[in-house]
Design a protein around this ligand. Sequence first.
Ligand code: S3P
Length: 172
Amino acid sequence: MSGGHVFLVGFMGAGKSTVGARLAVELERPFIDLDEAIVRHVGLSVTELFERFGEDRFREIETETLSALAALPPAVVACGGGIVTRPENRGLLKELGFVVYLQVSAGEAVARIGDASTRPLLSGPGGTLAATTLLAARESLYTSVADVCVDTSGLEPERVVGLVLEAIEECL
Ligand code: S3P
């Protein structure tokens, strides 16, 4: 693992924020939730941002927020599920740190999320179908940026934290 950030990527519901916060404690690093950083910066929720300005504007702000991490000391960073969709973000992730892909199936992701009203891309009708289509389109992008992949199927966050720590140690 390089001296940069540890990035958690993966689909919505993969557990990036929950696992990331606990991982940061274990690694004694600050924790940054990229979506929360965007919300704080803009003063709008992710849903409001999508509604008022559209997904493209959200993606621009997401890229700006990711770039700004270059100036910060090494942290654990939970990224939004769509971070890998922009090529420049994939470059930034590789450049700025070590990337952990938390894998989850579409069905388990939807079950974990429950009320999808805060996830604009899944909040319409047919949540599982939308998730299946979106995940299929993104799977190879997550894999392409990942230094390690951790399958979270059926696992509690605590166990996932343990697996991520093991995976990171193996790469040291
Ligand atoms: C998105 C995932 C969300 C949030 C936005 C878009 C996506 O983050 O960034 O709703 O495109 O997958 P989480 O993965 O933290 O839910």
